[in-house]
Write a protein that binds this ligand. Structure first.
Ligand SMILES: NC(=O)c1ccc[n+]([C@@H]2O[C@H](COP(=O)([O-])OP(=O)(O)OC[C@H]3O[C@@H](n4cnc5c(N)ncnc54)[C@H](OP(=O)(O)O)[C@@H]3O)[C@@H](O)[C@H]2O)c1
Length: 252
């Protein structure tokens, strides 16, 4: 696969988990990477790991639910690394428990929509004008298979937010193709991040595994390789897709 030499990449939510794996892989493939999150200790650790492997990275703390924070982050990246070629809008998460809709709190609803759908919208809103001006760019959003189909284990606000990210990405792809910009979305099944390894009991991991066609659970690196493909020249004619990284657990 072609490399990402001379590219500048922002991976939001790369202080840990899937985002950290994407940032590390992009750096190993030659990109200068902005590592982003809120936890400065975790950010420093990811930056140090990238630099130890010979890559180039800066770290930036910003809240992706606040447009002013994102704008400041964009300006800092432009100053320190140059214009952003690749945006992976990955920051997000599940901020409510699954359960009956009427028992879902308003706070949980807003946190899920703000932390996923609105954060993705605000991040793209900030980075896109520069890409359009330069007539080049690559945007990857992160949804979830929860956004495809109802499942008792998926909180409704999270599923709704992720479904919103998928249609946002397709609408975006339709708008920005004429500017030389591609936009695609990755929808992972449950991924064995460090957090999930601790959160999901082994018995539940085994039950989950049984629903997969490929008999193992996904890793952050599985998602990172899909992101690398979409960011690469090999995917030059691919835009507006939602790519399931799901080990065959979901086929819709
Ligand atoms: N893991 C899975 O099984 C799975 C499955 C499907 C989809 N996904 C999606 O994949 C993405 C990454 O998931 P993950 O499991 O790797 O998550 P994670 O380990 O919980 O990490 C989330 C990352 O997003 C950052 N973040 C979250 N909200 C933020 C905010 N408001 N402002 C700034 N940074 C924020 C966190 O920063 P700090 O920790 O530094 O604050 C962290 O870097 C998410 O969008 C998630 O919904 C995950």
């Amino acid at each position: 696969m072609s490399g990402l030499d001379d590219k500048v990449a922002l991976v939001t939510g790369s202080s840990r988990g899937i985002g950290a794996a994407i940032a590390s892989l992009f750096a190993r493939r030659g990109a200068s990477v902005a590592v982003h999150g809120r936890d400065t200790t975790a950010l420093s650790a990811v930056q140090a790991e990238i630099e130890r492997a010979g890559g180039r990275a800066i770290r930036i703390a910003a809240n992706t639910t606040k447009f002013t924070d994102i704008e400041a982050m964009r300006r800092q990246i432009e100053q320190e690394l140059g214009p952003i070629d690749i945006l992976v809008a990955n920051a997000g998460g599940s901020f409510t428990q699954p359960g009956p809709l009427e028992q879902t709190s308003e706070e949980g609803w807003h946190a899920s929509l703000d932390g996923n759908l609105t954060a993705t919208f605000l991040t793209i809103k900030s980075i896109l004008p520069g890409m359009k001006e330069r007539k080049t760019g690559n945007i990857i959003t992160i949804s979830s298979v929860a956004g495809h189909r109802p499942h008792p284990g998926s909180p409704i606000p999270y599923a709704a937010a992720k479904a919103g990210i998928e249609i946002l990405t397709k609408d975006l792809a339709a708008q920005v193709g004429p500017y030389g910009i591609r936009a695609n979305c990755i929808a992972p099944e449950t991924i064995l991040t460090e957090r999930n390894k601790q959160r999901i009991p082994t018995t539940q991991q085994q039950a989950l595994l049984d629903t997969h066609s490929i008999k193992r659970l996904g890793t952050p690196e599985d998602v990172a390789r899909a992101a690398l493909f979409l960011a690469s020249e090999e995917a030059a004619w691919i835009t507006g897709i939602v790519l399931d990284v799901a080990g065959g657990a979901v086929m819709v």
